[in-house]
Write a protein that binds this ligand. Structure first.
Ligand code: IMP
Ligand code: MG
Length: 352
């Protein structure tokens, strides 16, 4: 009897629960990838993981530019249920602003165990010489709030009056969606090499940022994950201090169209060419089953807006094909512009 049950479980197996995680130093284009999937796959549930409002995800959909720091990027699909996992820090002020701006009332659930960022955390982050100067944090209070969480003196979402209407049990919702074979996307934030455990310590954020941490953040066990999609930009950027191998000057970055500015802080991002070595390590640390490459059009302007692999020029196509051979993980999604739908989607033909 038992073996028959097991066979039935496998028979129903389908790629339903994906984790989208950054493969670099953040700002790889996770917002774009998640918003694309949310629309294209008619995602039922999009849960945000990661540190908190230190992350800014950019979504461009139907000509409009959105920046989200707390709510999941899949909000652009009006039927997606939106969750914020217990691992995530909440700045109630920023969250309320986004709720009012992005019409998500009634479909957003914040886990009752989320920790709260208070004004004193932000002051501490900005006034502490070590954090603000040496590490050059985002100043959003995340590190000091984590300290209070670890000291077990932090306020939680269920203590905050302003969050009363939206507090709930995220693990329960996301696990029952997974059990019902609904399409679920877990959206990690920051990037692999900003991980407190696996990044370039001390120039890192205040917790682990790999796919495993994202699962833990939302209360999903690893056995329920179908795919880990690691997102790489076609070049590297980094904001704040810390090593960046092959870093180019801002002038060169500007010339190559690689000059970017931080979503949260507005700081100029440092830039470097794509690193296959870092990518391979990131694939290992996250257990990647698929790779997404964004901003191919920055390296190859002729790729702008292309939606099919066979419509790409020879050079950009060779770049993707050679990279896939080296990384040994299928490249299934290739971003060719800012709009969510500027995407070459090869998931079907590659068996996903
Ligand atoms: P914190 O996370 O604000 O404590 O900042 C620690 C380091 O992580 C700094 O170098 C930040 O610039 C960087 N960082 C944190 N969040 C992000 C992000 O979402 N994108 C890029 N860099 C980030
Ligand atoms: Mg960002």
């Amino acid at each position: 009897m038992d073996s028959i049950n097991i066979i039935f479980v496998r028979y129903n197996w389908i790629n339903m629960l994906d984790v989208v995680v950054g493969g670099g130093y953040g700002d790889e284009g996770k917002g774009k990838v998640v918003s694309y999937l949310a629309i294209k796959d008619k995602v039922a549930v999009n849960a945000r993981a990661g540190v908190g409002p230190n992350a800014g995800h950019t979504v461009i959909y139907e000509g409009k530019n959105y920046k989200v720091r707390q709510i999941p990027s899949g909000f652009v699909n009006p039927s997606a249920k939106l969750l914020i996992g217990s691992g995530v820090l909440i700045d109630p002020e920023i969250l309320m602003k986004e709720i009012n701006e992005f019409s998500v009332t009634g479909r957003l659930v914040v886990d009752s165990h989320c920790s709260i960022i208070e004004p004193a955390h932000k002051e501490a982050d900005r006034n502490d010489e070590y954090l603000s100067k040496k590490i050059s944090t985002t100043g959003t209070g995340c590190g000091p709030a984590q300290v209070d969480r670890v000291k077990r003196v932090a306020k939680q979402a269920h203590d905050a009056e302003s969050l009363k209407e939206m507090v709930g049990d995220v693990p329960e919702i996301i696990n029952s969606a997974a059990d019902n074979k609904e399409r679920v996307i877990i959206e990690a934030t920051q990037g692999t090499f900003l991980s407190l455990y696996h990044g370039s310590y001390p120039f890192v954020t205040s917790k682990d940022t790999t796919a495993s941490a994202a699962c833990s953040d939302v209360g999903i066990g690893p056995g329920k994950v179908d795919n880990v999609i690691v997102v790489f930009k076609s070049f590297l950027t980094r904001v704040g201090n810390g090593p960046l191998e092959g870093e180019i000057s801002p002038a060169e970055a500007k010339q190559l169209n690689m000059l970017e500015f931080g979503t949260v802080t507005g700081r100029q991002r440092r830039a470097a060419p794509f690193s296959k070595e870092l990518a391979k390590r990131s694939i290992m640390l996250n257990g990647a089953t698929q790779v997404a490459i964004t901003k191919l059009d920055t390296l190859y302007p002729s790729a702008a807006g292309v939606k099919r692999m066979d419509a790409l020029g020879e050079e950009p196509r060779a770049f993707i094909e050679n990279l896939e051979k080296e990384l040994k993980v299928p490249i299934t999604l290739v971003g060719t512009g800012g709009e969510a739908e500027d995407m070459i989607d090869m998931r079907k033909e590659k068996g996903f």
